[in-house]
Design a protein around this ligand. Structure first.
Ligand code: PEP
Ligand code: MG
Length: 403
């Protein structure tokens, strides 16, 4: 029997040292799953609501746990997630917290996988999954909300498009991270690391472009396959609604100038990927940019879509973007995240499964990416909470994942 017998919730630490929610789900047959909620810093305005972890846990214990225990089968993920939604009773999980919801949703999936003795990606994706792997996008330089006094653009991402295996791709991204450090050193630029382990030097974006372009070229030569790069501009964080302009370190750009700037960058650096190049309310700007460069790069909506099928549908109708970032905690359950992936794929949008800047050792997103056949995963390049997912992808590729 896969009936939930117990749901336990606790507070643990995330990678920023903040408290977050961890859930254990136990089944009557002794199946066990454990998962933890990640947490964003550059959060989208339309994301599901993360509550203070102690409030989220108290509320989930009161409203959700009694509906799950003894009543819901973990193998029926949709029922688990419907129950969470019904227990919450709001559109945005503001009652039990998206942090409690996502932790329970993911822990239930892991308990179901445990019961059948299959890796999580096979439970979620079916017996024939595990032959195709996502290309990892590795954050190597960054700033924005993830590091003070660093680049204005939040993330410069290594994209090893030519890697023959996930393992090669993961190693290439780590090599780019290391090559960036060497180049910073040569220029006598000191750098600490941001929240996701990317270098966070006090340089402007132009210099970061030069360095990352050189680092990716060096690693491409060394590894013998194509390594390009991309960006998460996280433009909502730069956008001033009143002035209607984007604030960079030493300049500002109007929306038209921002579109021109990003389109020029795509061509100058052959960018493989551009996430959130415009404000989260600017479908029109996304559509214009996609029309200009969407044939040669991914234009990905993170804060724009927030893993929400309604917002994605609006984007599809307007031709805004050609890719969606999928973060389970942005929407609150695995079912909702999978719905977003499915709508994206049906509509010709590329799904990118993603971590948050605040993470734990949880590896669910590695399994979700393989389960859904997503072509990309964004989960950092180095750092324990990032390598937890990357190393899990390597294990899945080698068929030795035991989750
Ligand atoms: C991972 C990201 O950062 P955060 O988790 O802070 O939203 C992102 O913006 O894509
Ligand atoms: Mg983003």
């Amino acid at each position: 029997m896969t009936l939930v017998s117990e749901v336990r919730l606790r507070q643990i630490l995330d990678s920023r040292g903040n408290r977050t929610v961890e859930a254990d789900v136990v089944t009557e047959s002794g199946g066990f799953g454990r998962a933890a909620a990640p947490s964003g810093a550059s959060t989208g305005e339309y994301e599901a609501i993360e509550l203070d972890p102690s409030e989220a846990i108290a509320s989930a214990r009161e409203h959700a746990v009694p509906r799950l225990e003894g009543s819901v089968f973990v193998g029926d993920q949709r029922d688990v997630d419907r129950t969470l939604r019904a227990a919450d009773g709001t559109d945005d999980f503001s009652e039990i917290g998206a942090n409690s919801a996502v932790a329970i949703s993911m822990a239930a999936a892991k308990a179901a996988a445990d019961v059948i003795g299959a890796p999580l990606y096979q439970h979620l994706g079916g017996a024939f999954r595990g032959e195709e792997f996502p290309t990892p996008l590795g954050n190597v330089v960054g700033g924005g909300e993830h590091a003070a006094d660093a680049t204005a653009i939040q993330e410069f991402l290594s994209v090893p498009v030519g890697a023959p295996s996930v393992q090669d791709a993961v190693f290439a991204n780590a090599a780019v991270h290391s090559a960036v450090h060497d180049l910073l050193d040569e220029r006598d630029i000191a750098a600490g690391k941001g929240d996701e382990g990317a270098w966070a030097p006090s340089i402007d974006d132009d210099e970061a472009f030069e360095i990352v372009a050189e680092a990716t070229d060096t690693v491409a030569d060394e590894f013998g396959f194509d390594v390009r790069f991309g960006l998460d501009v996280a433009a909502s964080e730069m956008y001033d609604d009143d002035a209607e302009e984007y604030a960079y370190r030493d300049t500002t750009r109007s929306t038209d100038e921002q579109i021109d700037y990003i389109a020029d960058l795509v061509d100058e650096y052959d960018l493989a990927y551009v996430e959130d190049p415009l404000d989260e309310n600017d479908y029109e700007g996304f559509a214009e940019l996609t029309q200009r460069v969407g044939d040669r790069t991914l234009v990905c909506g993170d804060d724009l879509f927030v893993t929400n099928v309604e917002r994605l549908r609006a984007g599809i109708e307007q031709g805004a973007g050609n890719s969606i970032l999928v973060k389970p905690n942005q929407i609150g359950t695995l079912s909702d995240a999978v719905d977003a992936v499915e709508l994206a794929v049906e509509s010709g949008y590329e799904p990118v499964i993603s971590h948050r800047s605040g993470e734990t050792e949880d590896t669910t997103i590695a399994h979700l990416a393989v389960a859904t056949g997503a072509p990309y995963i964004k989960t950092g390049a180095v750092g324990g909470e990032r390598t937890a997912k990357l190393n899990e992808l390597i294990r899945i590729e080698q068929n030795v994942s035991r989750l």
